[in-house]
Design a binder for this molecule. Structure first.
Ligand code: DMJ
Length: 410
């Protein structure tokens, strides 16, 4: 983006201050998608060895979390002591699908860079267990015991707790230069089960993805689930006989998510919106009305723009830019808001880190040419950190960035 000074400052901070042995509670998932993903991207985009060394040190510190009877990692780690445990709020000591199912992309690159297969083995073991286990109606529930390897509850969601597991199946396939056939098969069968059981059409004609609680549908869609427009879109090409069907589904979901924005006073979308009791794409509960600068709707605009070049996606993105400037801009940066339906906003005094790494990055890409981080060469991890496609047909020199400097200077 030309922010050379900011980059130098951030690099200096990482070099001198990033403490990888800090004692305290850290989420394995968040450390992976934000720190491992961020450091990997920084290395691949710049070739600076410091980032590579940092990420390899960090990768090693994550391994103790996998010491469970099944190899399914626990959710919380202490990087200093190497101990790990399950979230207190997750029932019966279970691990969460969107957490242990969102390690694959980064761990494949950790093995690529270190030459140590252990990271790949860890994530392939998770994959194998998930592939083998019986699934209700072909669906993947959100909670699994790392001890018994069985589902703990039958709650299925494309929003929080489930979301990025599905995203990482299709992205694993794409990042493998389309060689990872297992990921491809698992993705398309999961998507088929989602379409059969969760995808709904409202009386007003809006397509949405409901949640599933032991066979009963909850007609609610979280802001988080709005990433699925983009996900279904990027998976369309590799299902030739259903390509148009998936492109249509992706466009419909993205349209619904845009509706959740355009039906609010601020033109920003709520944390969750419902399709029951006569409402459509609107939050009914007070507790669902907040917006914390989340990226998912804009993320889908970006992918749909790249896939279709329909100008409406840039128009919708610009509406979001204007709404962010009007309602979220504060002296110190940008803030979340407590109620998207109130025309006088109340700020929550928080700028989440995904606002920079995802929301603004996806907006920047939405208004950039397609050859900036082209989707054929790069896959974005779930925190929008770009990782290069691993080309199997050329031997990589693991000490150098994967020919990315040329891509960047172009
Ligand atoms: C991000 O941290 C990631 O995208 C994650 O997968 C879920 N969503 C948040 C931002 O909303």
């Amino acid at each position: 983006m030309g922010l050379t000074e900011d980059y130098q400052e951030a690099k200096e901070w990482v070099n001198s201050n990033l403490d990888l042995s800090s004692n305290g509670e850290a989420s394995l998932f968040e450390v992976n998608i934000r720190y491992v993903g961020g450091l990997l991207s920084a290395f691949y985009l710049t070739g600076d060895e410091m980032f590579k060394q940092k990420v390899l040190d960090l990768g090693e510190k994550l391994l103790p979390a996998f010491n469970t009877p099944t190899g399914i990692p626990r959710g919380v780690i202490n990087l200093g002591s190497g101990t790990s445990w399950s979230w207190g709020w997750a029932s019966a000591g279970s691990s969460i699908l969107a957490e242990f199912g969102t390690l694959h992309l980064e761990f494949i690159h950790l093995s690529e860079l270190s030459g140590n297969p252990i990271y790949t083995e860890k994530v392939m073991n998770i994959r194998k267990l998930l592939d083998k286990i019986e699934k209700p109606h072909g669906l993947y529930p959100n909670f699994l015991s790392p001890v018994s390897g069985n589902w703990v509850q039958h709650h299925v969601s494309l929003g929080g707790l489930g979301d990025s597991f599905y995203e990482y199946l299709i992205k694993s396939f794409l990042m493998s230069d389309k060689t990872d056939q297992e990921a491809k098969r698992m993705y398309y069968s999961a998507l088929e089960a989602i379409e059969t059981n969760l995808v709904q059409k409202s009386p007003g004609g809006l397509t949405y993805v409901a949640e599933w609680r032991g066979g009963v549908l909850d007609h609610k869609m979280g802001h988080l689930a709005c990433f699925s427009g983009g996900m279904v879109g990027i998976g369309a090409d590799d299902a030739p006989e259903k390509r148009q069907h998936y492109l249509d589904l992706a466009a419909e979901i993205t349209h619904t998510c845009h509706e959740s924005y355009s039906r609010s006073a601020t033109k920003l979308g709520p944390e969750a919106f419902r399709f029951d009791g006569g409402t459509e794409a609107t939050a009914t509960r007070l507790s669902d009305r907040y917006y914390i600068l989340r990226p998912e709707v804009i993320e889908s605009y970006m992918y749909m723009w790249r896939l279709t070049h329909d100008p409406k996606y840039r128009e919708w993105g610009w509406e979001a830019v204007e709404a962010l400037e009007k309602h979220c801009r504060v002296d110190g940066g940008y803030s979340g808001i407590r109620d998207v339906y109130a025309s006088t906003v109340s700020h929550d005094n928080m700028q989440q880190s995904f606002f920079l790494s995802e929301t603004l990055k996806y907006l920047y890409l939405l208004f950039s040419d397609d050859d900036l981080l082209p989707l054929d060469d790069w896959v974005f991890n779930t925190e929008a950190h770009p990782l290069p496609v691993v080309r199997k047909n050329c031997l990589q020199d693991t000490d150098s960035p994967l020919d990315t400097e040329q891509t960047l200077s172009e």
